[in-house]
Design a protein around this ligand. Structure first.
Ligand SMILES: Cc1cc2nc3c(=O)[nH]c(=O)nc-3n(C[C@H](O)[C@H](O)[C@H](O)COP(=O)(O)OP(=O)(O)OC[C@H]3O[C@@H](n4cnc5c(N)ncnc54)[C@H](O)[C@@H]3O)c2cc1C
Length: 456
């Protein structure tokens, strides 16, 4: 590729304490909590609404927020506040009420007890209200472009939108882009997917249908429930039987009933070898995903019990990317930490989500459930990248190996990473410290005062 040189003076659009880049689950938690803890906070997103995968990606339900024995809710804090506000509006069902095997849990038994079904429009509304009520300033339709570095710190973040390019200066930046775009542009090292073989989990374009006969569907699935296991869930028997007419590299119809009866979101399409940090790959995935969606819907209408009168509601407005960069932080969470349910004294969130890795080359994957304990902890240093002094990373890109990353990527986990990062940034600024030097004991006390459960 040939190059050209481009140089220009840019206006400084804002000078703030905390800048949150990306307003998905992690960015929402980060912006609300940084602002509530007294920091002048600004958050922007390239999309036309907040929520990331939980709105534009149509992803859901909230994956389990209970411990591995399904006895106690362990992800709380700001996540619980969001869910309570959504329930008030009739846009969510509390995870305590949803049991595995039910239509809201996708009919899965393993790993799906106490998931949280929600309506993505309600999530959008509640999250936006909470950001604005916190005092954080929100700007949409704004893309992160690059950083201005001074030594080991980010002196400014270059943004681009309809107004052109400008700069936002901040004392601390929290990268919540999911892909660690800010960290990568700042020179933070990262792993792209799984280091051993470069595998990145496949992409999926979600879609929604309504008018499904849930009773008929549930009765049919009950007859086959002994066949359901991870990656070979609902209708895997139908796919085997009608293999010649099934043209999607997936062996199940992963479908979750929304709070609205008869309305389902479908996580079925599978686009392989997509690098979600490349625009050409993303474009191919969108086009291939759209093709697969219509093939799947036509197949279900023709053969699947309960789908006879189903109506197509639409596709997600963006392809779902499960995995890209895992940054190199001061600590890297490992699969071993997850499997052995380690909880350290610098833990900022505990969770019992399973290591759910979709394969690159076949319809299956590996699904590892926690058997050695009730939950594992995520240490604060996983959010602190090495080498840049005023940056934190929250969301699915935190410092974790690919297998541990497959467990911590769920929406509730990302929301509470955002809560920890936003709170840490505000405390660091109050104390005149860098993110790496934050008083972690004080941070944990503050998180607990805000309703978080940290395993003690
Ligand atoms: C197919 C699929 C199925 C899943 N299933 C479930 C499930 O059932 N339950 C569950 O709990 N989780 C599930 N997940 C995981 C979950 O949705 C994501 O891991 C989670 O949303 C990540 O949150 P995040 O805030 O890190 O990133 P995202 O949700 O990706 O949000 C990032 C935000 O940053 C913005 N952004 C990105 N780059 C830029 C930029 N350069 N400039 C400006 N803005 C930018 C984006 O527009 C977006 O709003 C699934 C994910 C996928 C893809």
């Amino acid at each position: 590729m040939s190059t050209v040189k481009y140089s220009k003076e840019l206006p400084v659009y804002r000078d703030v304490d905390v800048l949150v880049v990306g307003a998905g689950p992690a960015g929402i938690g980060a912006a609300v909590c940084a602002a509530r803890n007294g920091a002048k906070t600004f958050v922007f997103d390239s999309a036309g609404c907040v929520g990331g995968m939980a709105t534009n990606g149509l992803v859901g339900p909230f994956m389990t927020v209970y411990d591995a024995k399904s006895e106690k809710q362990i992800i709380k804090g700001i996540f619980e506040e969001i869910v309570d506000r959504m329930i008030e509006r009739g846009g969510a069902i509390h995870p305590s009420e949803v049991r595995s095997g039910s239509s809201r849990a996708g009919f899965y038994i393993i790993g799906h007890d106490h998931v949280g079904p929600f309506d993505h429009e309600t999530f959008k509304l509640v999250a936006t209200e909470m950001i604005l009520e916190s005092g954080a300033e929100l700007l949409l339709h704004t893309q992160f472009v690059d950083v201005l570095k001074e030594g080991d710190r980010i002196a400014g973040v270059i943004i681009a939108n309809k107004d052109g390019m400008s700069v936002i200066r901040a004392k601390i930046i929290i990268d919540c882009t999911g892909d660690a775009d800010v960290a990568a542009r700042s020179g933070v090292r990262y792993e792209l997917g799984r280091v051993e073989d470069g595998n990145m989990q496949p992409a999926t374009l979600f879609f929604r249908v309504c008018n499904v006969d849930s009773e008929r569907l549930a009765a049919h699935i009950k007859e086959h429930e002994h066949e359901i296991k991870p990656f070979y869930g609902p209708f895997s028997w139908l796919i085997r039987e009608k293999q010649d007419e099934w043209d999607v590299p997936r062996a199940e119809v992963c479908l979750f009933e929304s709070p609205e009866p008869g309305e389902y979101r479908l996580n079925v399409t599978r686009i392989l070898d997509v690098d979600g940090t490349k625009a050409e790959d993303l474009t191919r995935a969108e086009l291939e995903g759209m093709k697969q969606v219509h093939k799947v819907f036509d197949f279900l209408k023709k053969y699947a019990a309960g789908f006879e009168n189903a109506k197509f509601m639409g596709t997600a407005s963006t392809i779902g990317i499960r995995e890209t960069r895992h940054i190199e932080g001061l600590y890297r969470l490992t699969a071993d930490d997850v499997i052995n349910c380690r909880v350290t004294d610098d833990t900022i969130a505990v969770m019992a989500t399973n290591m759910d890795t979709h394969n690159r080359n076949d319809p299956g994957g590996t699904y590892f459930t926690l058997e050695n304990g009730p939950y594992f902890g995520v240490p604060y240093p996983c959010l602190v990248p090495k080498g840049v002094s005023n940056l934190l990373v929250a969301g699915r890109a935190i410092s974790a190996d690919a297998r541990a990353g497959a467990a911590i990527r769920m929406i509730p986990c990302c929301i509470v990473f955002g809560q920890a990062a936003g709170t840490a940034a505000a405390l660091a600024i109050k104390d005149g410290r860098t993110p790496a030097d934050v008083d972690v004991k004080g941070l944990r006390e503050t998180l607990k005062e805000q309703g978080a459960f940290l395993g003690d």
